[in-house]
Unconditional design. Sequence first.
Length: 155
Amino acid sequence: MYKNIVFAFMLMMSLPMSSSAQVGSGKQVSWASSAKKMGDKMYEVRITATIAGNYHMYAQVAGVEGPLPTTFSFIPNPLLTLSGKVLEQGKKITKREDAWDGNVNYYEKTATFIQIVRVNTKAKTNLNGKVEFMVCNDELCLPPSEFSFKIPIGG
């Protein structure tokens, strides 16, 4: 009998952990990426987020302290030079959110992030990195997630 009670308790304790692992921000956003040649050794890299349901994803400048802004980090590659900052494209919404006690900047449905890249050689290479992001809706925020990318460039 004691073993059954311990087993039931352990099972109940493990359920919240396994279900919370499946409800993070990563489950609400899908990502796509592409690179387009713009000129001699210059490429436009586009990383697009498609945001599900009634969730929104914060811009790179969230507007207030609290929500995690969308953040890009690139793995250094001696064959590539990043030109400027990551640009945002899409319908950015600025709205007061009482939960953060201020105006926040976010995207609903879709957002595209653009990085201009110069290839320093004729060889094919990859732009590698990750994006960290968080989504919320009117009721709750989900834990932040990361999406790693590997985008072929050049050649």
